[in-house]
Design a binder for this molecule. Structure first.
Ligand code: G3H
Ligand code: 13P
Ligand code: ZN
Length: 314
């Protein structure tokens, strides 16, 4: 089916507005009923554009039909800036499958290939996607963590600004994920004072004026969520994310999309652990899943307001 039948939109207009307004569109990952409900509730409460992100493993977890039924259940009609996005598509077939299902945006993640193979695969996806008015994100550089700098080239795994114009021109992609020190998961930094590579971001933004950049691995790992998890029997000591002020700074430098998954996972887990810890007699899943949904909504609202700066943008 065409994505327009589900009332979602592609990312072209949302990124143009975000670029002009100096804010970022949040891309929140979801994988079940409670997470998609929490994200849309936060976006609607804040009148924020939002990208509903689905990884390949999340798609497999939900199943094609159930996922698209949940998206239908949001009651979108194309008037709200809500995109349905394949996160980290690993192959042409995965992207084509998502587009055929009704996704309005896809990421082809060929960042582990050499640059020419990355361009070739990204171009193939772009040709198919653009024929369906679907937008495409690709990635250049590898997200391997701030501490991992022991590589031969001056840029290591970071995105080399000298490559970006050629890459974007040859691949035809609509947005570019870059590596400037963010990384996936809950253990991103060893020290509080570690900074993203704003020098690299500046050079990329200068080389690609008005072109939407994307940060993956951008969860903040809020300490109050980590504390709840640890207080109620969890063990995730040492979890540390990206400082909110650094993300805000990035939004003023052409970063139009910020990806958050781990923070929602923490919110979900914190609420479940606390509910069950405080009320040992509870065995109705709606009580702890409802608490989880509320906690994710609260965290998404907080990030829309204080990191993305995308509140009241439509
Ligand atoms: O960037 C990756 C996302 O956090 C999705 O991860 O494959 O475990 O759903 P996942
Ligand atoms: P986090 O693990 O920092 O939430 O990153 C999520 C992400 O990049 C999804 O693509
Ligand atoms: Zn990612």
């Amino acid at each position: 089916m065409a994505y327009k039948d589900f009332g979602v939109v592609n990312t072209r207009d949302m990124f143009a507005r975000a670029m002009a307004g100096g804010y970022a569109v949040p891309a929140f990952n979801f994988y079940n009923l409670e997470t998609i409900q929490a994200i849309i509730q936060a976006a609607r409460t804040c009148h924020s554009p939002v990208i509903l992100a689905v990884s390949e493993s999340a798609l497999a977890y939900m199943g094609d039909a159930m996922l698209m039924a949940m998206v239908s259940g949001l009651g979108l009609d194309g008037s709200e800036p809500v995109a349905l996005h394949l996160d980290h598509g690993s192959s042409f077939d995965a992207c084509r499958h998502a587009i055929d299902l009704g996704f309005s945006s896809v990421m082809i993640d060929a960042s582990k290939l050499d640059i020419n193979a990355n361009i070739d695969l990204s171009r193939r996806v772009v040709d198919y996607a653009h024929a369906h008015d679907v937008t495409v994100e690709a990635e250049l550089g590898v997200l391997s963590g701030i501490e991992d700098e022991n590589t031969a080239s001056a840029y290591g795994h970071y995105t080399n600004p000298a490559d970006v114009v050629h890459f974007v021109h040859e691949s035809g992609v609509d947005s570019l994920a870059i590596a400037i020190g963010t990384s996936h998961g809950a253990y991103k930094r060893q020290r509080d004072d570690e900074e993203l590579r704003f020098d690299i971001l500046r050079d990329i933004a200068d080389a690609l004026p008005n072109f939407p950049l994307v940060l993956h691995g951008a969860s903040c790992i809020p300490s109050h969520l980590v504390d709840i998890i640890n207080e109620y029997g969890g063990c995730i000591g040492g979890a540390r994310g990206i400082a909110p002020d650094q993300l805000r700074r990035a939004t003023s430098m052409n970063v139009c999309k910020i990806n958050v998954d781990s923070d929602s996972r923490l919110a979900f887990t914190a609420a479940v652990r606390r509910t069950l810890g405080q009320k040992p007699d509870v065995f109705d899943p709606r009580q702890y899943l409802g608490a989880a949904r509320d906690m994710i909504t609260e965290n998404c609202i907080d990030e829309i307001r204080h990191i993305m700066n995308s509140e009241n943008k439509y």
